[in-house]
Ligand binder design. Structure first.
Ligand code: 9MR
Length: 385
């Protein structure tokens, strides 16, 4: 059964009706009278953006924010550190922690009345050299000791200040990877060291995080995890295994990195519903919609409209499932998007490099405005202890 709290057909109408306004070039402003995504969202749904604190927030002055900071502070009520809470940034040497970028995000969030999603504690990527080098030689106990110390230190530092943590990121590889859909026991140095029973280690990482911050809602998070597919089937099994083992797993996040080169998986809502039926929260954690551009680096009108539909498709899947607690875009402006550095694609975010709001922005705004709160506020974690 769908727990719909939105009006049917909003996506199609809004994409068309706002296009003219957006194409005329409406610069984003931090005018308090203007509606904002976070301001229009139902009370039980956070709207977030990723931000790289080390790059964008070290110079923040609440009395004199730059344009980027001003939009970030007014448009969203949740922030995710794009890189600042990853191992390579936070923990560059065995005994060295650098919290400067992460702290800058926490301070910015506090100054602007925003919540923070932590990202991330167990991942195969962006680990410091000392982890990558030592990883191959660790016994499982050595790996556990290093990981437990990191989790206790990082989660403990921000205990009570982070509402959701992407505890484990991209644990499962895709069906086109060598070996098919399975836990990344080769690429992830911690899982590799504990490859005899990687699920026991994963459960303990959730336990360590829960001990350090009993209030944080603890997530599994991955890409290509929007719809029902072989990878999310594997996550569904993993989640059940962790819960049966008493691990404090509270949420499942679909990153939402889409490309117009591929279709949209309409089973996203059903996928969220099956995880919600396990008692988990769900979230869209890293939404963006990239596309191949023409020789001038521009998208077509059709691509711009389709992008709005895809963003809205992800938002609708979230709005229609009461367990969906947050919808986060992976950066809000094209100038700071990770996409062009990795793909021969672009135009992935909801605002241009000049902070002009795209039709995707207005479509999201309209859907959020039309949405009504359909559920009680976020359930405290601990249900699955
Ligand atoms: O956006 C992030 C980019 O700045 C980093 O260089 C990159 C390194 O792997 O990570 C990007 O963020 C990723 C996120 O942490 C996990 N899901 C995929 C995101 C895009 O690569």
């Amino acid at each position: 059964m769908s727990h719909s709290r939105t009006k049917i057909g909003v996506a199609a109408v809004s994409a068309a009706s706002v296009a003219a306004v957006a194409l005329a070039g409406v610069a984003a402003q931090a005018d308090p009278k203007e509606p904002t995504l976070g301001g229009e969202a139902p009370i039980d749904l956070k709207i977030g953006s990723a931000v790289w604190g080390q790059n964008e927030l070290l110079d923040y002055d609440p009395d004199d924010p730059n344009e980027f900071q001003s939009i970030l502070g007014s448009e969203f009520n949740s922030l995710t550190p794009e890189n600042d809470m990853k191992w390579s940034e936070l923990h560059p040497e065995p005994d060295v922690y650098d919290f400067s970028g992460a702290d800058a995000i926490m301070e910015f969030a506090e100054a602007n009345g925003q919540e923070v999603r932590g990202h991330t504690l167990l991942w195969h990527s962006q680990n410091p050299d000392w982890v990558n080098e030592a990883g191959g030689a660790w016994t499982c106990q050595e790996a556990r000791d290093v990981l437990e110390d990191h989790v206790a230190t990082v989660v403990g530092r921000y205990a009570g200040e982070i509402y959701e943590w992407d505890v484990a990121n991209e644990l499962i590889q895709d069906d086109w990877d060598e070996g098919g859909v399975k836990l990344r026991t080769e690429a992830n140095p911690f899982l590799k060291a504990c490859s005899e029973d990687p699920v026991a280690l994963i459960g303990d990482v959730f336990r360590w995080a829960h001990e350090a911050d009993p209030e944080a809602v603890l997530f599994l998070n991955d890409y290509n995890a929007e719809g029902i597919n072989a990878k999310t089937d594997a996550y569904y099994d993993l989640a059940q295994e962790l819960l049966a083992d008493g691990a404090p797993l509270h949420g499942f996040g679909a990153q939402g990195h889409l490309s117009l080169m591929y279709g949209f998986d309409d089973s996203m809502q059903a996928n969220f519903e099956r995880f919600a039926d396990l008692g988990l929260k769900v979230a869209v954690t890293e939404a963006d919609v990239r596309m191949p551009l023409d020789e001038n680096g521009d998208p077509t009108e059709e691509q711009i409209a389709l992008q709005a539909e895809r963003y809205d498709g992800m938002l609708q899947a979230c709005l229609n499932v009461p367990a969906c607690t947050s919808f986060t875009v992976w950066g809000f402006d094209d100038a700071r998007s990770w996409v062009p550095g990795v793909f021969d694609e672009g135009y992935a975010t909801i605002m241009t490099e000049e902070f002009e709001k795209k039709p995707a922005y207005f479509t999201l705004l309209e859907s959020l405005t039309d949405a009504t709160p359909g559920r009680s506020p976020r359930t405290p974690p601990g249900l699955n202890k």
